[in-house]
Write a protein that binds this ligand. Structure first.
Ligand code: ATP
Ligand code: MG
Ligand code: FE
Length: 348
């Protein structure tokens, strides 16, 4: 099926077009530069930017794919979780398209779409797969037996109990004077640094914590440890070794993420690990996961960095899977749901 997907949950206006598992177009307009001076996404600014970017981005996607809107078999749209006002722009646009074209609409979960996108690059997702979902607002381990969410097909084994991994990257970057969003800047700075220079804490890995939080994450203690370390340096009048701090912080995050993901896969007897979400773009996370997984005979699938961060192709990819599996489309009055849980993959 030819599916057009719309993504507006945060600051990226994304429109993707896929035919089955083949990516035809992935147009993204970002308002990130308008938010940079605030050090975080400003919801009202994001909503307005989506409004302005929506029609041109749809047009650009159709041009790139060489299709006309009339050719589209179904519309998919992120209906949660995310910023309420931002989501509304995407949902309203998708409804207008579905209604005017007389085509079905699928309201899908943004987090499940971060997982489904890998099908565009590596083919059908093996089920079951273990998904490590690491983004700006979420960090979870998911057992995926059906990516359309049918019959409890997306089952959370654990999640962060405080900050998300991406949030930790952004906060530590800010502390080091690096621009927003910080993830890519930490990644770059870390390449010049020594990852064993500073021994930062690995959250929820003590024997006691593991009893209650074996597959959960915690990054707020790590963030505080980095802040303390940097403050102590500044007080002593010595320069802050930004590259070493970035590399050591990044190592602490990636070490815990990979360790727990592989532990979860092993304990569930799952041989395929998928890593998705913006933080999956991290170069160290990709290398470390591959290195450790291969020793355990676990296969790792990570989409290329451009498909890890928010985009419309991921929504189209999940929509196409809905169509292929004959899932019932969403009602035309489907709502935007800013706190949609990951288990609810398709709006019913
Ligand atoms: P969610 O998906 O939870 O709703 P979001 O959509 O805002 O959150 P994504 O776009 O999926 O988040 O991911 C953005 C996050 O990914 C930011 O925190 C950003 O710093 C982080 N990120 C992007 N690239 C990298 C990288 N190379 N290394 C580490 N983090 C990165
Ligand atoms: Mg973004
Ligand atoms: Fe996201």
């Amino acid at each position: 099926p030819l599916v057009l997907g719309i993504e507006t949950s945060c600051d990226e206006t994304g429109v993707g077009i896929v035919r089955g598992h083949t990516l035809l177009a992935d147009a993204v307009a970002s308002s990130v530069e308008q938010h940079a001076r605030f050090g975080g996404v400003v919801p009202e600014v994001a909503s307005r930017a989506h409004l302005e970017a929506m029609v041109p981005t749809i047009q650009r996607a159709c041009d790139t794919a060489g299709v006309s809107l009339r050719d589209v078999d179904a519309i998919a749209v992120t209906h949660g979780p995310g910023l309420a006002g931002a989501l509304l722009v995407g949902v309203a646009s998708a409804k207008a398209l579905a209604l005017s074209l007389g085509k079905p609409i699928y309201g899908v979960n943004h987090l499940a779409a971060h997982v489904a996108v890998d099908q565009l690059e590596h083919g059908p997702l093996p089920e079951p797969s273990l998904a490590l979902l690491v983004s700006g607002g979420h960090s979870s381990l998911l057992k995926v037996t059906d990516i359309t969410g049918h019959d409890g097909g997306v089952d959370p084994l654990g999640a962060t109990i405080d900050d998300a991994a991406g949030e930790a990257f952004d906060k530590v970057a800010r502390l080091l004077g690096l621009p927003f969003p910080g993830g890519p800047h930490i990644d770059r700075a870390a390449r010049e640094g020594n990852q064993v220079a500073i021994d930062f804490p690995r959250g929820l890995t003590s024997r006691r914590d593991l009893e209650r939080h074996r597959f959960d994450f915690s990054f707020s203690g790590l963030k505080t440890a980095v802040a303390r370390w940097v403050e102590a340096r500044e007080r002593s009048g010595e320069p802050v070794p930004v590259a070493d701090v970035a590399a050591s912080f990044q190592e602490a995050v990636c070490d815990v993420l990979v360790r727990k993901a592989l532990d979860a896969a092993a304990s569930e007897g799952i041989e395929d690990l998928m890593i998705g979400g913006g933080v999956a773009a991290n170069s160290r996370l990709r290398v470390l996961a591959e290195e450790r997984a291969s020793k355990l005979g676990i296969r790792v699938r990570v989409p290329r960095p451009g498909l890890c961060t928010d985009n419309g192709a991921m929504v189209a990819a999940l929509g196409a899977t809905m169509v292929e599996r004959g899932r019932t489309p969403s009602p035309l009055d489907l709502p935007a749901d800013s706190s949609l849980p990951v288990t609810e993959v398709l709006a019913g």
